[in-house]
Design a binder for this molecule. Structure first.
Ligand SMILES: Cc1cc2nc3c(=O)[nH]c(=O)nc-3n(C[C@H](O)[C@H](O)[C@H](O)COP(=O)(O)OP(=O)(O)OC[C@H]3O[C@@H](n4cnc5c(N)ncnc54)[C@H](O)[C@@H]3O)c2cc1C
Length: 470
């Protein structure tokens, strides 16, 4: 275990009569390539105790919906099975009511000798949990721990050399977890008459749709047409990428109909797979098959970790105040510029603009819960162009991601949405509304990509509900 990943949450002692080490699994929903799990297992072994993993899913988020709940629940049976094989106890807690907080976690912590949880930027995770027993947060989100980059980076070119210098140290597989003491007892339900609201080992046998229906969440956002959650699916996408897409990636990654990208972002977001193991697998495969994977590694590590760096150091991840000075100044200067058309929230949300390509990208978000990376830039830039103010454009993009994107509410969401307003970019030629912030045109999309084929693909998906590519 490398120290910068580990953050001690308090100065408390271990509980002498504790029954287990508790790992509260919040972000890294996997049993493999998980530094937090490895740290918790090492601690349990040192204390000669078993390990209990408590995975939770809350309904408190105002945007919690069927799509996200289904995706998470689809991964639970596999995580449970894999952890059980390792000898850990496993309890899944589904908080169905919005008012239900993290009570179950604190109850489990009452019997724990020490607690370990996933480290994640507070701007997204909320305030750090307070435990009355020794507790740690372990960062397993990035290849290079976020704490190793000591200040905010303002562009890819400034973070790239820092990351590259640290890669030899951190681009290494997490050692396999070995538990000396198996978890013998049952992972308990919460008791006190609240048993029905908590599930231990039972969730894989319950129909997921029924569980989701019982939660106090937005039921109007249906599960994704394209992505099923869980470790097996994450591994399948990785394998498909290695065997069929990696060799085409650098040439075709900006052609949505070529399906040359990995589609791993939902799995990375929910932690069903780690960027570390993806990077190692891609590196090994590329070496063995004499392929160049530099462009993919640039996105997966440099760009993704630039986004984590942004949310780690930003004060408010959803504010235009975080933009560089030149971008704020130029957007302000062009505030009075006329906008035509200007669309309402309903028009954006229901994909009812005058642009058939934009409408198709929005429909992809509505149906799949993800937009292809190249068209996602176009999608964002047009929202800037067609909104009354930059603030309204920002709020619209965040709302649509919060509501529909399976990879939304992620460091990448905020950093990339703000990229549409100049974050991590440089000034370009001056034009209306955008000033010197980079603009993207429909003519450019028509010239560089297969717009017609993409629109047809999305129309087919909308008509049939079926994916042509799996
Ligand atoms: C307006 C806008 C909003 C975006 N919102 C999100 C979001 O909510 N969640 C999200 O994960 N990505 C977001 N992105 C970045 C990018 O579009 C997606 O990461 C990518 O399309 C995911 O598809 P993939 O897994 O097939 O990518 P691949 O090309 O296969 O890349 C592999 C991984 O590298 C990372 N990556 C790729 N492109 C970028 C990038 N530009 N910046 C940072 N990391 C990158 C992602 O983790 C991705 O899964 C957004 C981009 C824009 C322009």
């Amino acid at each position: 275990m490398v120290e910068p990943r580990v953050h001690k949450l308090n100065e408390r002692e271990v509980r002498p009569d504790g029954e287990y080490v508790l790992y509260w699994l919040r972000w890294n929903r996997r049993a493999e390539s998980n530094h937090a799990l490895a740290f918790a297992a090492g601690l349990a072994n040192r204390l000669n105790l078993p390990l209990l993993v408590l995975e939770s899913l809350g309904s408190r988020d105002p945007y919690a919906n069927d799509r996200r709940h289904t995706f998470v629940l689809e991964g639970v049976a596999e995580t449970a099975a894999r952890l059980r094989r390792l000898g850990a106890g496993y309890q899944f807690h589904l908080a169905r009511r919005k008012s239900e907080g993290d009570r179950v976690v604190y109850e489990a912590a009452q019997k724990a000798t020490a607690v370990v949880t996933d480290g994640y930027p507070e701007t997204l995770a909320g305030p750090t949990a307070v435990f009355d027993v020794q507790a740690y947060a372990v960062d397993s989100s990035c290849v290079v721990p976020t704490n190793c980059i000591e200040a905010r980076s303002y562009a890819a070119y400034s973070i790239r050399p820092k990351i590259q210098r640290l890669l030899p140290q951190y681009l290494k597989a997490v050692p396999p977890v070995r538990l000396q003491k198996r978890f013998g007892g049952h992972a308990e339900d919460t008791g006190n008459g609240r048993r029905e609201r908590s599930i231990a080992f039972r969730i894989p046998h319950e129909p997921i749709a029924k569980l989701v229906a019982s939660c106090e969440i937005d039921h109007s956002v249906r599960p994704s047409t394209a992505f099923r959650g869980g470790r097996v699916e994450a591994e399948r996408h990785l394998q498909l990428f290695l065997e069929e897409r990696l060799r085409r990636y650098s040439g075709e990654k900006n052609e949505p109909c070529a399906h040359a990208t990995s589609d791993l972002s939902p799995y990375l977001h929910f932690g069903h797979i780690s960027s570390l193991e993806v990077a190692l697998a891609v590196q090994d495969y590329a070496r063995e098959h004499k392929l160049v994977a530099d462009e993919f590694i640039e996105e997966l590590i440099v760009r993704r970790e630039l986004a984590f760096n942004f949310v780690r150091y930003a004060k408010r991840v959803n504010s235009l105040d975080e933009l560089p000075q030149w971008a704020r100044a130029t957007l302000d200067k062009h505030r009075p510029d006329p906008r035509d058309p200007v669309y309402t929230r309903e028009q954006f949300e229901s994909a009812a603009t005058c642009d058939d390509l934009w409408n198709a990208t929005q429909k992809e978000l509505l149906l799949r819960g993800k937009i292809h990376g190249y068209y996602r830039m176009y999608w964002g830039k047009k929202i800037v162009e067609w909104s009354a103010t930059p603030e309204e454009a920002l709020a619209m993009m965040i709302h649509l991601h919060d509501r529909y994107a399976l990879d939304g509410q992620d460091p990448n969401t905020y950093a990339n949405i703000l990229w549409c307003f100049g974050l991590h970019d440089r000034p370009w030629g001056e034009r209306p509304v955008f000033g010197t912030v980079r603009w993207m045109s429909r003519a450019g999309m028509d010239r560089k990509t297969g717009v017609k084929a993409y629109i047809q693909e999305i129309e087919y998906l909308e008509r049939t509900g079926k994916e042509q590519i799996t």
